[in-house]
Design a protein around this ligand. Structure first.
Ligand SMILES: Cc1cc2nc3c(=O)[nH]c(=O)nc-3n(C[C@H](O)[C@H](O)[C@H](O)COP(=O)(O)OP(=O)(O)OC[C@H]3O[C@@H](n4cnc5c(N)ncnc54)[C@H](O)[C@@H]3O)c2cc1C
Length: 443
């Protein structure tokens, strides 16, 4: 939205393609679900030169300046463009734990959407577990709809205290953190267990309890500290993984930041990727939160307008430079977050041999390890031997876990410049008729 608004104000014709019903991605969508405001119509009233294709998926990039899109209502269409800004966001990082496939276990992002948008949760007695400040809005959201909530955070209090200095330079963040603190107190989320992880989820047919264990600095369990806690719902959140299928398909260079297990599109200060006329903004350039995403979108929109010859260099500089300063300032905190709450090796050891790691194809850890023993250490070997990553989600859920597990157990080297798992169109599920319609010769 930020990129579209800036580019439209500069005089460009803009099309937004979003598979969501309302605009604004993860952050604004949950708020809109709750308030009922923010329809695509409202946006086009403010920015008449913007065409909004909501509930529409982009499923292929057939040539360097075209995108194939499809919606239930309008069918398939191939759009031509002079420039594209990729802002496909991120999804929850899943870490397999024994019992994580039981009904009642959700990613924290999913639970948050349920709580904020539909005022319901996966259970009434909830354990919210993972690492980092994102646990706070999830816990608050569930507590606000009447769930009892226990927070289990792998990060220790010491790790949070190290963030006080970068946070002090960021007033809105401090205000947000204080607000969440007040909400937790108001809703009596008083069971806050830091430096601990869920090591097992128990239940017959659905969640009944969890085992929680203290962890060391590598987030490995400390023997003898296990405690069982009754629960009928669990949210797991170990951060987010950028959604990079589209930039990968477009040929953009992707970097891997091994210390935090993160992939991100390579961009310059103007959000240009390594491919001409392709820009990226938001979580695709590295997980950093909504404020950074918004500023990056604005920079991308303005730069696209400049590259297309719609605005002058003077205007670009006068508008983009202040935004770049804000982005640099905000990135200090997000960099601290990235490293402070990076997943640690203990997480890759939580799954047991019979724990399912690829949910789509029902592949367990023993099968993955068996494929590695018999083959080269590569994701393709695991995939072709076990079918892990070949299902509906195309490796989005199991891919990042298997990469980290391989790094940990087999010194796997992540390739440079692109995602280690293959990406092929369609990058979103579409009916065969959409494919035929988009590529028929008499289109
Ligand atoms: C539940 C939740 C709560 C959060 N709370 C906070 C918070 O309190 N503070 C904070 O700073 N950050 C928060 N975040 C993070 C924040 O939402 C993100 O930083 C921000 O939304 C990133 O914006 P984005 O544009 O990069 O991606 P998103 O907001 O994720 O938007 C990506 C959009 O791309 C669309 N899309 C993806 N692929 C396709 C495709 N192939 N075809 C069509 N459309 C596609 C998606 O439908 C989505 O609308 C939260 C995130 C979640 C999930």
């Amino acid at each position: 939205m930020a990129a579209a608004a800036r580019a439209a104000n500069a005089g460009m014709a803009v099309t937004i393609v979003d598979e969501g019903e309302s605009l604004g991605g993860q952050y604004y969508r949950t708020r809109r679900l709750a308030t009922g405001r923010g329809s695509p119509r409202e946006f086009t009233r403010r920015f008449p030169s913007v065409r909004v294709l909501s509930e529409t998926v982009l499923f292929d990039a057939p040539t360097s300046h075209s995108a194939a899109v499809w919606s239930q209502e309008h069918g398939a269409e191939v759009l031509s463009y002079d420039a594209v800004c990729v802002a496909t966001g991120a999804y929850d990082r899943s870490v397999p734990v024994p019992g994580w496939t039981l009904p009642g276990v959700l990613t924290a992002g999913g639970a948050h959407t349920l709580a904020h948008g539909f005022r319901t949760g996966p259970g009434r007695r909830m354990v919210v577990a993972g690492a980092g400040p994102f646990l706070l809005p999830v816990a608050c959201g569930l507590a606000a709809i009447g769930c009892s909530v226990e927070l289990v955070d792998a990060a220790s209090t010491r790790e949070y205290l190290r963030g006080v200095r970068p946070a002090l330079r960021n007033a809105p963040l401090l205000a947000e953190a204080s607000w969440y603190g007040l909400q937790l107190a108001k809703h009596r989320v008083h069971l806050y267990r830091s430096g601990r992880v869920i090591t097992r989820i128990h239940g017959e047919g659905r969640v009944e309890s969890v085992t929680i264990q203290d962890v060391d600095s590598d987030w490995r369990g400390v023997c003898g500290t296990e405690v069982d806690v009754a629960a009928d719902g669990v949210c797991l959140s170990f951060g987010f993984v950028p959604q990079l299928e589209l930039p990968h398909l477009l040929g953009c260079s992707i970097r891997y930041q091994g210390e935090s297990g993160d992939f991100a599109v390579v961009v310059d200060a103007n959000m240009r990727t390594t491919i001409e006329a392709v820009f990226a903004a938001g979580e695709t350039t590295g997980i950093a939160g909504v404020r950074v995403s918004r500023v990056e979108g604005q920079i991308a929109g303005l730069t696209a307008a400049f590259d297309a010859g719609v605005i002058t260099r003077t205007r670009l500089q006068s508008e983009v430079e202040p935004l770049q300063r804000v982005a640099r300032h905000l990135r200090v905190f997000s960099e601290w977050m990235r490293l402070a709450f990076r997943p640690r090796p203990g997480l890759w050891e939580l799954a047991e041999p019979n724990t399912i790691v690829c949910r789509c194809e029902d592949v367990d850890l023993a099968q993955v390890d068996g494929a590695l023993a018999a083959n080269d250490v590569s994701l393709s070997a695991v995939k072709s031997d076990t079918r892990a990553g070949m299902g509906l989600c195309q490796g989005r859920v199991c891919g990042p876990y298997i990469v980290e597990r391989l790094r940990e157990t087999h010194a796997y080297r992540v390739p440079d410049g692109h995602l280690p798992w293959s990406v092929r169109p369609p990058i979103r599920r579409v009916p065969l008729s959409a494919w035929m319609q988009a590529y028929s010769e008499d289109r």
